[in-house]
Design a protein around this ligand. Structure first.
Ligand code: C5P
Length: 235
């Protein structure tokens, strides 16, 4: 069954500092979004990429993708996004034509995910999982706190969850298409990833090994790291 990927790329990226929408910032001269689309197109299983552009930026994103080479087998569509990541994903999902029974959702902000991770996620969905997330163990100890009303004020620590049972979750997350559509129709709470909506349906979600190069470009230091990774790959 052919695989479609939805790439939400409509965020403004305020934490990265002032400038263009995050997905359009460049890494070694190439927009982050183009790196992300190529990372998905690197999988031979992927036949369609739906890019969810900033609401007023669909034209610009279309020209950008037209100007950069993609593999022959990969088609792409561009649709305008929404107010939240969740709404942007739903708009992208609505644009996936019938026949794509496996759908991946991948953040444009994770431009360097290796193809092995993409294929591992697709493989686990094809083997029958309704939802699959790439995940890594944590380096830091994590504490639950009572969040302070004022940023920077001391916060009481409430608990220290057992780190060995925690994972940091990445994208692409992979889904049985019907399950993801149902999740988006049913769950209205604010969520930060798509798999948690499937969890709320009571459907099982599994984690497969993620990759350190699938990190999310969020803050200025992440741009430095991303360019260093690209330099190491000589791209
Ligand atoms: O802000 P955050 O890093 O969690 O964004 C994750 C992804 O969701 C980014 O690729 C961003 O462009 C996308 N997004 C979106 N529409 C929004 C907000 C974020 O497509 N309204």
């Amino acid at each position: 069954a052919p695989v479609a990927v939805v790439i939400p790329a409509a965020g403004r990226g305020v934490r990265l500092g002032p400038g263009a929408p995050k997905a359009l910032r460049t890494l070694n001269g190439t927009p982050m979004l183009v790196h992300a689309v190529r990372a998905m197109a690197a999988s031979r299983a992927v036949s369609l990429v739906v890019v969810v552009a900033p609401p007023d930026g669909a034209g610009e994103v279309t020209s950008l993708l037209d100007a950069h080479a993609l593999p022959e087998r990969t088609r792409f569509l561009v649709v305008p996004g929404g107010e939240s990541r969740q709404e942007s994903v739903r708009l992208g999902l609505d644009a996936v034509p019938p026949g794509h029974d496996v759908v991946l959702v991948h953040d444009a902000a994770r431009p360097l995910v290796p193809v092995e991770t993409v294929d591992a996620v697709i493989g686990a969905v094809r083997e029958g999982a309704a939802a699959v997330v790439p995940a890594l163990p944590l380096a830091d100890t994590v504490k639950e706190v009572e969040p302070a009303a004022v940023a920077g004020a001391p916060e009481p620590v409430l608990a220290t969850p057992d780190r060995s049972r925690l994972r940091a979750v990445q994208t692409p997350q992979g889904f049985d298409r019907a399950t993801l559509v149902r999740a988006h129709e049913t769950v209205t709470d604010d969520v930060t990833d798509d798999a948690s909506m499937v969890e709320q349906l009571g459907e099982p979600v599994v984690a497969v090994p993620g990759h350190e190069e699938a990190f999310k470009v969020t803050r200025p230091l992440d741009l430095v790291l991303a360019e260093a990774v690209l330099a190491r790959r000589r791209l």
